[in-house]
Design a protein around this ligand. Structure first.
Ligand code: NDP
Length: 282
């Protein structure tokens, strides 16, 4: 019998804990914690994400500073804004909502975010530090997955973990976190020769692919822990993950649902990173 690892209740519990900590921080240091969120253009999905981030800030007592820039914003204008936020003492975290409009160079813009304010954890410094198992701000989605595993006391030491996907925002940092937690990690991607064989060896299987119901029941080892990061529209128009949940669930010891699994954890971990960034600043 499988057990669900649900993101919503865990996320709510962590947000309460963060709100307590933020309150204490404000009393002790007599200042707000500030998160600057920069959105360029009118992409509807990005607008929803930014709105949810602003709402989460309100919930935990973090001051959000949302900057809505028109789609035709120039590279220079964007970079001037990021530089001014970088220098602003009232700003603890800076987040540029991706993707940026095609005419903008996101790499060079993101480089202007100081490591200590990079609450998305995407910068070369934070990723490099993660790779070296050093203290850093960790990308929110994989960090949320680690909290989910910890919430069920799932031990990772010596376990075989397989991560399908190697993006800089999910798969790669996920693999590093699992490695840092003493799992034996295999990273799979679109060029992997025998994906099914690799997946069948996984005690912990993380799917971060972006293909609806791609991981089938016959790719899962009996009793595996399955974490589904994917958020897709299925053929029926409904939200679904990268794992064929209905057919796969009975082979798992634990599995995350979509929706209601990893998704709710991501913004909560952004709040956690913002609080952490504020604590680390002098
Ligand atoms: P990317 O498209 O950046 O990466 C997808 C990865 O999957 C790539 O590494 C790619 O390999 C690999 N892949 C693609 N096809 C195959 C295949 N046939 N076999 C094996 N590997 C394959 O996606 P993201 O990492 O950004 O996102 C992954 C999923 O997670 C998406 O559904 C996204 O919506 C979701 N997501 C959810 C979040 C949440 O909060 N829950 C947050 C972020 C993402 P290659 O490198 O070779 O191309």
């Amino acid at each position: 019998m499988y057990e669900l690892i649900e993101g919503k209740p865990l996320s709510a519990q962590i947000r309460l804990e963060i709100a307590e900590k933020v309150k204490k921080f404000k009393e002790e240091r007599n200042r707000d914690i500030g998160l600057a969120v920069v959105l360029v253009g009118e992409d509807p999905a990005s607008q929803v994400y930014v709105r949810n981030k602003v709402k989460a800030c309100e919930e935990v007592g973090i001051k959000s500073l949302a900057y809505y820039l028109p789609a035709e914003t120039s590279q220079k204008e964007l970079e001037e804004l990021i530089s001014s936020l970088a220098a602003d003492d009232g700003v603890d975290g800076i987040l540029v909502q991706l993707p940026l409009p095609a005419h903008l160079d996101s790499k060079s813009a993101l480089k202007l975010i100081p490591t200590e304010k990079d609450v998305d954890g995407f910068s070369e410094n934070n990723m490099g530090r993660l790779a070296m198992n050093m203290d850093c701000l960790v990308a929110c989605t994989p960090n949320g997955v680690m909290k989910m595993l910890a919430s069920k006391n799932i031990s990772l030491k010596g376990k075989k973990a397989v991560v399908v996907g190697r993006s800089n925002i999910v798969g790669r940092p996920m693999a590093l976190l699992l490695l840092n937690a003493d799992a034996t990690v295999t990273v799979c991607h679109s060029k992997t020769a025998d994906l099914k064989k690799e997946c069948l060896e996984a005690d912990i299987l993380v799917a971060a692919i972006g293909k609806p119901k791609f991981i089938k029941a016959d790719m899962i080892k009996e009793g595996a822990v399955v974490i589904d990061v994917g958020v897709n529209r299925g053929a029926d128009g409904k939200l679904c993950g990268d794992v064929d949940f209905e057919n796969a669930k009975d082979k798992c010891s634990y599995i995350t649902p979509v929706p209601g699994g990893v998704g709710p954890m991501t913004i909560t971990m952004l709040m956690y990173n913002t609080y952490t960034a504020a604590c680390r600043r002098k």
